[in-house]
Structure formats: C-alpha cells, structure tokens
Design a protein around this ligand. Sequence first.
Ligand code: RIB
Ligand code: CA
Length: 313
Amino acid sequence: MKRAIIIDTDPGQDDALAILLALAAHETLELRGIVAVAGNVPLPLTQLNARRLCDLAGRPDMPVYAGCERPMVRDLITAEYVHGKTGLDGYDWPEVKTPLQEQHGVDYLIEALRSASEGEITLCTLGPLTNIAMAMVKAPDCKRGIGEIVMMGGGFFEGGNTSPAAEFNILVDPHAAHVVFGSGLPLTLMPLDVTHKALATKERIAAMQALGNETGKACAGMLSFFNRFDVEKYGSLGGPLHDPCVIAYLLEPSLFGGKAIPVQIDIAPGLTLGMTVMDWWGMTKKPPNCTVMKDIDADGYFKLLTTMFARLP
Ligand code: RIB
Ligand code: CA
C-alpha cells in the first residue's frame, strides 16, 4: 500500500532534491500534489520552480498549486543569498511545461484533507508553515485527514541559521509554526541538528553528476551553487542537504535517530523569536508533541538519493 503524501515547499535547491526523491519513489509514495509557499524566494518563483522540477522528473501531470505569498503576521524574509535570484540557480532551466493549478494552495489542502479518509495523508513540509497553519485556522476539521506531518525546520543544539536562535523555515513564519506545533497531530521534525550532519560534499555531488542523466546533472549543478554559502559560513566540507531528509525518512526511517519530546515555538518579539525550544531532557514535564531527529546515517542517505535519482530522466 503506497503512502499518500502532499508536499508543501519553497524551492530552493534542497527542496528540489526532496521533490525529485519523492517523484522517483513512486512505488512507495503517492504524491498527490505540491503546494508552493513564499520562503527562500517569493511565491511567483517558488511555484514556478516546483513546476520546473515536475518537468525535470517527466511529470508534467503533477498538480502544483500556489499557496500563501506572505507569512501570517510577519513581513516576508527571503534567502536569495543562499539560493540565488531564481531560487534554483546552478542549472539552466528550459521553458516550463507543467501548468499551475487555478485553485489556491490552501483551499486545495483543505479540499484534499477533507476528502481523505481519517489519517490518510502525510504532509511533508519543506518551507515555512504558512499554508498548513492557514488551512488549520480556516478549516480545523481538515486535520482529520492528516496522519502525520514530517517537517524540516528548527534547531536546538545547533542553534539557528537565520538568527542565532532560529532556523529559516520557522523564523519566516513563527506564528504558523506555533499553530502547527500546537495542533495535537503526530509531528516528526528534521532540525538543523540532523541536517547539518548530511553535507553535500564534493564526492557526493560527483556521484550524482556521474549518473549521466539530466537529473544527476541538474542536482550536481544546483548543489554546487547551494554549497557555497554554508561552506563559507561554517567552513564545512559541503552544504547541509536539509529538505530531502523529510522524504528519506518516509522511505528509510532507519537512517534516522531521535526521540519524542515537547517542542514549543517562541513567538515573542526579540532575540529568540522563532526559536524551537526543545525540552530534550524532560524538564517541563510536558507531554511530547514531536519526534525530533538528531542522528543520521549520512552515507546511507546520499546512497538512497543517488540510487533513486538514477531512475529519473
Ligand atoms: O533552514 C533551511 C530550510 O530553509 C530549508 O528548507 C531551506 O530550503 C529553507 O527553506
Ligand atoms: Ca525549503
């Protein structure tokens, strides 16, 4: 039985590899739709990039929706300094073919979740949580269709990557994250604590290039561009490949290790706005609301990616 998923995303090179992985794993995952959100770059670009990726994977039939163009409360902040002006710099993208659906992405989420059976859909979020939170606020009953939310976001032992305390996806829309983390739904989180252990090193990029297909060429080009910011900032051997951790977890959960703990989002204005406050040692005595991943088999992760990308055009 395939697992039905919906991806909410702000492509972004790392989102790109996550979407390609999900499309390659079509025997295991039934990707019902992709919803773009404003994040790494503004919404007109994130929706265009999501469509470009469907073209690359040979899936112009994949329904792609545009969701919210700004966070619930804060003004939008973007990350062209990481992803480039287009959000997918590093590859020469042809004219896009995959159409954009008319329906608003939030209305699609509500409709898809309302028509699903109880717990049928796994939501995979790769960007700010604006669309998910707006759907929950507009139609709380739609939560019934969600079995689990697997998210990339946050950080604790690793700190933040956009402020000293906050990771980008959460800091862009901390109020949306507050809604989602308070939803009572089963949550699995891939924070910087795990994604910073999954570095796209030169050797790992070369393995994708060596695939000899267009997907391998595009991924190698995108990662080479995406690497430069983190390598310079952290002096690391490669950029952290954040978002594909979400999809890899669905395919091979044994690649990851973590524990169920209480996590709260700081929504107070100030230095720690958007911080994922993780009670790793159970000091608050609150019940866990999230399984937080901290360990990864990085070699196994990149082997999975490269093996699956070989299946694409
Ligand atoms: O902080 C990393 C996250 O923010 C990733 O999802 C990246 O694509 C950006 O959205
Ligand atoms: Ca992202």
